[in-house]
Design a protein around this ligand. Structure first.
Ligand code: GDP
Length: 195
């Protein structure tokens, strides 16, 4: 199973401008530098579709990319802004944070939110807050631990198990560098989209 074609549909900070909910979609969230662009590129078999950046905190838009699988099924991969889900920003009602929450709450075709966590750091307050928020709005969540190659093979299983135990959410370990876990992630996505 693989993604054979991708196209950028929109990148916007305006809820009225996001595409019609025509395909099942999977959204990806994570703090800057967690490896989100690298993971999305690895998943899409593309190099520069999602921008790998060294400057943190740039985007405040929601990006929709249409992906076609080898089965011909089509889904949206959705790149969420790097932050905006901490309780503080929720309370502050900054427009972009509000925008992201509105999207997550009201998107009928949203099947899963993938929360990226650096395997070496584990979840921080923002991620825990975000998990709580997704539970409130009843959107299924999956944790993807990134940069698995940064820890020894012998330690990977125990770290992943602990992450799952601590958060109560299913965890998949991945590396955009070695491509480990990428196929498992795609299978999980397809399963959640009922394809
Ligand atoms: P984003 O800000 O979350 O989109 O993160 P990027 O994809 O831009 O990656 C941030 C940095 O981490 C870059 O220097 C990447 O090369 C590096 N990186 C991303 N994924 C991996 C991985 O799986 N393994 C290793 N070793 N480095 C990674």
């Amino acid at each position: 199973m693989r993604i054979v074609e991708t196209s950028l549909i929109s990148s916007t900070g305006n809820l009225e401008k996001i595409p019609e909910p025509s395909f099942p979609e999977i959204a990806f969230a994570g703090r800057s530098n967690v490896g989100k662009s690298s993971l999305l590129n690895a998943l899409s078999n593309r190099k520069g579709l999602f921008k790998v950046s060294s400057t943190p905190g740039r985007t405040r838009t929601i990006v929709h990319v249409k992906a076609r699988l080898d089965s011909d099924a089509e889904i949206y991969l959705v790149d969420l802004p790097g932050y905006g889900y901490a309780k503080v920003s929720r309370d502050a009602k900054e427009s972009w944070a509000k925008f992201m929450h509105e999207y997550l709450k009201d998107r009928p075709t949203l099947h899963l939110v993938v929360i990226l966590v650096d395997i070496r750091r584990g979840p921080q307050t923002e991620e825990i807050d975000f998990i709580e928020f997704l539970e409130e709005v009843e959107v299924p969540a999956l944790i993807v631990a990134t940069k698995l190659d940064k820890i020894a093979n012998s330690k990977q299983k125990s770290v992943l198990d602990k992450l799952q135990k601590d958060t109560g959410i299913n965890v998949i370990g991945t590396s955009a560098t070695s491509k480990k876990g990428i196929e498992q992630l795609l299978k999980t996505i397809v399963h959640h989209c009922h394809l």
